[in-house]
Structure formats: structure tokens, C-alpha cells
Design a protein around this ligand. Structure first.
Ligand code: PLP
Length: 468
């Protein structure tokens, strides 16, 4: 194509998208003028837009391109399965080999007695499936009142009506949408930096556990079915709860016969250096784990809800004539499952988590060097799940006015320098592919530093920031 034809094609795609494609989280006002950045190609950790500009994708798609893009062996595995069979119904009593093999593999990798798997189409539907499973389980036990859910402020569990109602991120709850409120409750986000209020970490932890216990007692332990928690709150700001929080909240749930649902849609499959963070990083064995994203490294959509023998024994007890009226056309889709199997095989044969443990610590330590900048309040994370929090004043931790959108100001500058970071209000979040190299880490940190410095200069000049 000549360069004119390429430019016309790029413009045409941009226009068509603007006219007809409603994006997740579309900001209608700015989108009407600006439309979307059209991405065109990818290779490893790099993305290329339709004009040929190259970006290092430190976001890993959306926390998902774990093994990196363009892997021939994945393409072959998917193609081979497509040639053989693209689809067979998973309903009632029909299955396919990739689904059976993947369920078995996940049971082997998952902690404790999570030996059963329900497949879905992504993270939100894995959460919905967990919720329906919990209802089914409690009804089977005759505990018809035990249906209430406790989750946390700033949590993100997806975007179906239910998943969004369980989620506690205020910014994701615009008033134009409605939410299920009757039996879903929230307790504090365990964010010590933001809400520690001068307490010692131990006191803050006591406060969080006490608050959870009070919430259980207020609703009535006989009415609380489950606690939903991400091991590290992802979209809510890469919040790592204080040491001991997971164990104590888990024990509290156990003491009150409450199921513990660990939402590992982000943290599983190597992001924190292990298959699952619940047991390997935080030493708990949940009753249910939801996962998606890194399960196929974004090559194809797939979600999974892993649940315990204990739950399975109750719901499948013989003699009741029960049937599990839940699942999707694409549950256990053979091609998605084939992709997940190959993805897991690659992670195993390449010892990818060893690399994550090494490069993840390097990434964390290099990002920490940004804390000398006047608007960097905190850098936090585990391995390849990191975030930089910006503040207008380091002493008081005062945030920039929300309308200033400081995270976006900085990510826009970084875009132009060939680096993608994810802006979330006053944060830049990063979750690069697990194959990221030290050189690429250096590029991320250097470029982010330059972008923050440029933003500080611009904000000073515009009078939006007085410095500190
Ligand atoms: C922790 C968590 N749970 C669930 C979801 C929803 O996953 P999906 O977008 O695949 O439905 C996400 C997505 O970012 C997530 O971060």
C-alpha cells in the first residue's frame, strides 16, 4: 500500500470504530472528538498502532498477555484444534478432550482440594458462576437464608450486573447504571497507604478484621454465604493488604461457616510468580478460586471457577434428582481450552515463573527509584503487578483533583514516548507480559520518569500544581 492509502485506511478504521463501536468504559464526551487509538500488530511485549508506531505494553493488554504475543506454538495448537473440531456442546453429558484435560490440569495446579472446575467465557462470568454455585450449595444444605455476600470497597470483580454489584470501586458505579444491593455488602479496602489514618500496621489490621467481623454479626452469620476477595486488589489500585490480613479474614470466614472466594483473575498464572497467589503468596486455601486472563494469556477468551471437593460432595450427593442448570454455550470451548493447555505447558517448560521471580523483583526495585519524584506518593506491588500512586503533596498524601486526571496526563505523555501504562485516576498501573526483559524494565522506568517530570513541569506552568 502507498502511504496515502495507508493513511486513508487508518482514518477509515478510526471513523468506523467511532461511529459504531461502543467501548468498555467509553467516555462519551471525549470519545466523540478523539475516538480510539487503533492497534494493529503485536510481538512479544510490543504493540504497534495502525500508523506503525511502536509501544512497549507494560499493561500486558489488560493484565492478560502473560506469555507474550505472537507465539507460534500457541498459534499452531489453536489451529490444530480448530482443524480437528471447533465446537461440541458441553451441556449435560457431552465433553471434549481439551476441556477434560484442562479441568484435570487445573485441579492439579490449584491449592488444597479445589478439584472441580466450571468453565466460562471470562472473569465476570467466572464470578457469576461462583455466585450461582454458592446459592446452589447453600440451598442443597438447607441453608436458604445464607445468601448474603461480603466484598470490599475498591474491589473489581467484573462487569456483569452481579459482578459489578459485588465490586466496590466507586468510580465504576456511575448513577446511570443500577446495582444489586439487597444482599451484597462491602467492608473497607485494606489500603494502608491511603486509609491507614496514622495507625500502626498492626492496629490497622485489627481494625480491618474487626470491621469484617462486625459486618458478619450485623448481617447475621447464618445469613452470610461468602466473602469475595482479590488477593491483591487490582483495578482498585494494586492494594496489598497488611501482612496477616488474608489468614485472619480467612479464619474468620471459616469460624462463621462462610465460603472464601479468592478472585484470582489477575493474580493467577504467574503474575505474582506462582500459579495461584492465594496459597503460594498469602498462605490460604480458599473454597473457590475464579480465574481467566492469564489462563490463556489473552490468546482466546476463557474463565474458570475452581471449587472444592467439599462443595462438590454436597451439590452432587446422589438421590436428590438435582441438576446444575448453569453454564454457557462456550463453557469448556475446545479451542480456548487447547490454548490454555498450551499456555500452561509453555509456562512450565520455559520455567517462566523463575524468570518472573527474578525480573519481577528487579521491576519492583527499579520502580521504587521513582519515589524521589515530588508527586510520586507510593510505588507498590508484587512481582509483575505494580502501581505508582501520584499525590499533590507527599507529606499530607493529598491527591490531585479528580478532574485533573493525573494518571491519564502522565500516561498520555508516556504514549508519545512509546510506553503504555494504565491510568486509573491518580495511579499508573503496570502488569507487563511475564517474558519482559531487564532491558525492557529499564525502558519502562526511564520513560515513566521522563513522563512524570514533563507532567510536573506542565502542571507547574499551568498553575495546577504548586510543587512541594
Ligand atoms: C479481579 C478481577 N475479576 C474479574 C474481572 C473480570 O474479568 P473479565 O473482564 O474477563 O470479565 C477482572 C477484570 O479485570 C478482574 O481484574
Amino acid at each position: 500500500m502507498t502511504s496515502d492509502t495507508t493513511t486513508n485506511y487508518a482514518r477509515d478504521i478510526w471513523q468506523k470504530d467511532k461511529d459504531h463501536h461502543l467501548h468498555p468504559w467509553q467516555l462519551f464526551d471525549s470519545f466523540a472528538d478523539e475516538g480510539a487509538l487503533v492497534m494493529d500488530k503485536a510481538d512479544g511485549a510490543w504493540l504497534y498502532d495502525i500508523h506503525g508506531n511502536r509501544y512497549l505494553d507494560s499493561v500486558g493488554g489488560l493484565w492478560c498477555t502473560n506469555i507474550g504475543q505472537g507465539r507460534e506454538e500457541m498459534i499452531e495448537a489453536v489451529t490444530e484444534q480448530m482443524r480437528k473440531m471447533v465446537y461440541a456442546s458441553p451441556f449435560v453429558d457431552m465433553t471434549n478432550a481439551p476441556a477434560a484435560l484442562l479441568a484435570t490440569k487445573l485441579a492439579e495446579l490449584a491449592p488444597g482440594h479445589l478439584n472441580h472446575v466450571m468453565f466460562s467465557c471470562g472473569g465476570s462470568t467466572a464470578i457469576d458462576s461462583a455466585y450461582r454455585l454458592i446459592q446452589f450449595y447453600q440451598n442443597c444444605r438447607g441453608k436458604h437464608e445464607k445468601k448474603h455476600i461480603i466484598a470490599r470497597d475498591a474491589s473489581y470483580h467484573g462487569t456483569t450486573y452481579l459482578a459489578m454489584s459485588i465490586g466496590g470501586k466507586k468510580a465504576d458505579h456511575p448513577p446511570e447504571f443500577d446495582y444489586k444491593r439487597d444482599d451484597i455488602h462491602h467492608v473497607s479496602s485494606p489500603n494502608f497507604y491511603r486509609y491507614g489514618n496514622g495507625l500502626h500496621q498492626d492496629q490497622y489490621l485489627d481494625f480491618l478484621i474487626d470491621e469484617l467481623e462486625q459486618k458478619i454479626l450485623e448481617i447475621g452469620a447464618d445469613k452470610v454465604a461468602a466473602f469475595f476477595a482479590e488477593p491483591i486488589l487490582g483495578a482498585g489500585g494494586v492494594v496489598i493488604p497488611p501482612a496477616g490480613y488474608h489468614k485472619r479474614s480467612f479464619n474468620l470466614c471459616k469460624a462463621h461457616d462462610i465460603l472464601y472466594v479468592s478472585d484470582e483473575v489477575v493474580t493467577a498464572f504467574g503474575r505474582c510468580g506462582h500459579w495461584f497467589a492465594s496459597d503460594s503468596v498469602f498462605d490460604i486455601q480458599p473454597d473457590i478460586i475464579t480465574c481467566a486472563k492469564g489462563l490463556t494469556s489473552g490468546y482466546l477468551p476463557l474463565g474458570a471457577t475452581l471449587y472444592s471437593d467439599k462443595i462438590h460432595n454436597v451439590i452432587s450427593e446422589p438421590g436428590h434428582g438435582r441438576y446444575f442448570a448453569h453454564g454457557f454455550t462456550y463453557s469448556g470451548h475446545p479451542v480456548s481450552c487447547a490454548a490454555a493447555l498450551k499456555n500452561i505447558e509453555i509456562m512450565e517448560t520455559e520455567n517462566l515463573f523463575e524468570h518472573v521471580n527474578d525480573v519481577g523483583d528487579y521491576f519492583a526495585s527499579q520502580l521504587q527509584t521513582l519515589t524521589d519524584l515530588a508527586i510520586v506518593g507510593e510505588v507498590r506491588g508484587v512481582k509483575l503487578m505494580q502501581c505508582v500512586e501520584f499525590v499533590a503533596n507527599k507529606e499530607t498524601r493529598e491527591i490531585f483533583p479528580e478532574e485533573l486526571d493525573i494518571g491519564k496526563v502522565i500516561s498520555n505523555i508516556a504514549d508519545k514516548k512509546g510506553l503504555l501504562v494504565r491510568p486509573i485516576i491518580n495511579l499508573n498501573v503496570m502488569s507487563p507480559p511475564l517474558i519482559i526483559t531487564r532491558e525492557q524494565v529499564d525502558f519502562i522506568v526511564k520513560t515513566l520518569r521522563e513522563s512524570i517530570e514533563e507532567a510536573m513541569t506542565a502542571l507547574t506552568q499551568s498553575g495546577d500544581w504548586a510543587g512541594n
